[in-house]
Write a protein that binds this ligand. Structure first.
Ligand code: PMV
Length: 327
């Protein structure tokens, strides 16, 4: 086997700081890549079918497969089937159903590794990454019908940015570091279910849902300004208000609300669910008023005492970005 018969790639997970769900309906969202993510190793196969090894199981790519992973892998490859037969071994360090973009990180890592095997002469990185996003979009559509694309974009770019369907990505340059505690309810979040829940609520009560979406869009715009101005107290308040609106859309849970309360009680400037909700994770913004490592520790301990695990993610000030990438 030669070097060009094997390729490795990685992609990151993400936290949505504000704007999940509303982003599905065209509102903007603020998202930041985190250190944890997914990796994939692709090798060329002499003959088909293409196979994916994930979580110790191997699936042949199959558009009609019973398992969504077999279907999603087939959809990802079918975007441009010129790659030939491949075997991809992938793993994610993010909890599945954790609201941290595990599925999109896997999709981007798998698509990048597979694409790297089929490198085309003269193709730019931007062209290849655009196809990686298309492939990731096809994968994501299998898991939930109407992905906004925010997860895949975050997995591919990293950094902090504002995302809106059909618009160019706008990099955000935080004035100061954003330190965020990420806590897990330990219960999986099904993005498909919560996205479906809001869609059916909207079919019955479009006025209620559209008003919430508009309000979230305003919070996102204000939070963008506050992040760039370094006004973290304001960012925290916008996160709290965003959480209230998500609760009104029925995608929060008792555990998510409780974890937000615990974080605020331990000094967080604001807290909210992140990702699909209905389980999954919360984020809490650490105050820069005291030592941030200590502040983060207090929040993690409050969660731990109540039986919830968490970790710290740092979104650095003035994060540099890759150029390009459009929604
Ligand atoms: O739960 P996650 O990590 O897949 O995040 C979903 C984000 C949503 O806005 C709820 C859905 C989407 O496609 O944008």
């Amino acid at each position: 086997m030669t070097e060009s018969d094997r390729a490795e790639a990685a992609a990151c997970g993400k936290v949505i700081l504000l704007g999940e769900h509303a982003v599905v309906y065209g509102a903007p969202a603020i998202v930041a890549g985190i250190d944890r993510g997914a990796r994939a190793l692709a090798t060329r196969r002499a003959q088909g079918p293409s196979e994916l090894t994930l979580g110790g199981e191997t699936f042949a790519a199959d558009p009609e497969g019973k398992d969504d992973r077999a279907k999603a892998f087939a959809a990802l490859l079918a975007v441009e089937p010129r790659l030939g037969a491949v075997h991809v071994e992938a793993r994610s360090d993010l909890p599945a159903g954790g609201g941290l973009g595990s599925s999109a990180a896997l999709a981007v890592a798998i698509a990048r590794a597979a694409e790297a095997l089929g490198l085309r002469a003269g193709e730019s990185v931007e062209e290849r990454e655009a196809r990686v996003l298309e492939r990731a979009g096809a994968w994501e559509r299998v898991f939930h019908g109407n992905p906004s694309g925010v997860d895949a974009m975050a997995a591919a770019r990293g950094g902090c940015f504002r995302y809106q369907r059909g618009e160019s990505v706008r990099p955000i340059m935080p004035r100061s570091d954003l330190v965020v505690c990420v806590g897990s309810t330990g219960k999986p979040s099904s993005t498909r279910e919560t996205v479906g829940l809001i869609a059916s609520l909207r079919a019955r009560r479009p006025d209620v849902v559209d008003r919430s979406i508009d309000a979230i869009a305003v919070l996102v715009k204000n939070a963008h300004l506050a992040i760039e101005a370094g006004d973290l107290r304001a960012v925290g308040s916008f996160m709290d208000l965003n959480q209230m609106l998500l609760t009104g859309l029925w995608v929060s849970t008792a555990d998510l609300d409780y974890m937000c309360e615990l974080a605020r009680g331990a000094g967080a400037l604001g807290a909210k669910l992140t990702g699909g909700g209905g389980g999954g994770s919360v984020i809490a913004l650490v105050s820069p008023a005291q030592d941030q490592a200590e502040g983060a520790q207090r929040i993690l301990e409050a969660w731990k005492r109540a039986g919830f695990d968490g970790f710290v993610a740092r979104i650095p000030a003035g994060t540099p970005h890759r150029s390009g990438g459009s929604a």
